[in-house]
Write a protein that binds this ligand. Structure first.
Ligand code: SF4
Length: 393
């Protein structure tokens, strides 16, 4: 599995006081979110501003440390790559040194340990038995650093605003050269130049664009540069955070078409964050609808878009433009009243209950579990409590 997010939480502390600072609460930006994604697929995250979509993307990328939960990329737990030195030492002692010593006692010899443990653990145990504890820690810290660099290379992001995500002092050629040399993808500058020209061609730019600065491009061209920078390292996973919302509609279409073509070529997985429902529908295999930090409904894209079941998802998705206006359901039926509650002070029970016209007593008591509409479509709403309860992932 390319990406697996399990029970992810990201809480931001809210502090008050100038002289003595104290935490007065937490903004629960992401709360118990699960999702998974395979290579070559796109997962669309939708929801109104402030629902936690971007925080999920940034937390996966480790621009934020998660408060709890697991993020696995290519079946590897990524939090291990970002541990501080002391934390890493404690982890290594617990996971390898103590285990290796325990196994040595159990099998009564080092050879016994080697014969009875999995191959991938063997290489670490062997190094520990051959070189002792201190050298083992040094070796493992280098291993962790290597994995962290690999992660940085394999997971890339395209931000909403290409103007602020590109360095104004660097030409496009320099901006693309930097990661290539840093990650050692190419052996020398000549190879790097060849790769940069290939990338510029791939995103529909010309060789002479390599000598230009970001301010010399149009918005659409700048976003093409940002896409080129994301793909130059040949990543497996690309987080696309509102990649088209700062662009004109015609340019949006070009960028979306480009992203689709690149996905076919690179077989990368996309996490596509957007509030543009039409674009999400076009590009996504799976869709998750978020409200106040939680996924209220998720499943296969067409299923969720054609038959949204959660009252919030119904209102949100019914607002998306459809080619045939006769197919749209009665809009008035889906209008939501009231304001989005503060993420610091969310309502008890289902967070949507103060705005939901179907709210029942139990909705005000406990947050609903996920109910299966079918094996491709799940919803957190008590209206479907007759259905089978499923786990969030
Ligand atoms: Fe409405 Fe209750 Fe469903 Fe929440 S759980 S969306 S309040 S019906």
């Amino acid at each position: 599995m390319l990406l697996r997010v399990k029970n992810l939480k990201k809480y931001f502390p809210v502090k008050h006081g100038f002289v003595i600072e104290r935490t007065v609460g937490h903004v629960k930006a992401v709360d118990n979110v699960n999702l998974h994604l395979e290579r070559g697929e796109t997962y669309g995250l939708v929801g109104e501003s402030g629902c936690g979509k971007t925080t999920i993307g940034k937390t996966i990328l480790r621009l934020h440390d998660p408060s709890a939960g697991k993020i696995m990329v290519d079946d590897k737990e990524t939090s291990h790559f970002f541990m501080k030195k002391r934390e890493a030492k404690e982890f290594l002692k617990r996971e390898y040194v103590d285990k290796a010593e325990g196994l040595k006692k159990q099998y009564k010899s080092v050879d016994g340990v080697m014969a009875n443990t999995e191959e991938y653990e063997n290489q670490y145990y062997k190094y520990y038995f051959d070189n002792g504890e201190e050298k083992f820690y040094d070796f493992m810290m280098k291993d962790i650093k290597k994995k962290r660099m690999n992660f940085r290379r394999n997971v890339q992001i395209v931000f909403q605003d290409p103007t602020s995500s590109l360095n104004p002092r660097m030409t496009v050629g320099q901006a693309l050269m930097e990661p290539l040399l840093f990650h050692g993808v190419v052996k020398n500058k000549l190879q790097a130049k060849e790769r940069i020209l290939e990338m510029l061609r791939t995103v529909g730019l010309k060789a002479y664009h390599a000598d230009r600065y970001p301010h010399q491009f149009s918005g659409g061209q700048r976003q093409r540069v940002a896409v080129a920078r994301a793909i130059v390292l040949d990543p497996n996973l690309i987080i696309l955070d509102e990649p088209t919302s700062a662009l004109d509609v015609s340019v949006q279409a070009q960028i979306i078409r480009l992203l689709k073509e690149l996905q076919d070529k690179l077989n990368a997985g996309y996490l596509f964050i957007s509030h543009d429902l039409g674009v999400v529908r076009y590009i996504s295999n799976y869709v998750g609808v978020m409200y106040l930090g939680r996924m209220v409904e998720y499943g296969v894209g067409d299923e969720v878009f054609d038959k949204p079941e959660h009252p919030y998802a119904q209102a949100l998705l019914n607002a998306a433009p459809v080619p045939d206006p006769n197919k749209r359901r009665d809009r008035k039926q889906f209008i939501i009243t009231g304001q989005v509650p503060s993420p610091m002070n969310r309502p008890k029970g289902c967070f949507f209950n103060p705005r939901c016209k179907f709210a029942m007593d139990e909705c005000k008591q406990k947050y609903p579990p996920y109910y299966a509409i079918n094996d491709k479509h799940f919803v957190a709403c008590y209206l479907y409590k007759e259905n089978e309860v499923v786990k969030g992932d």
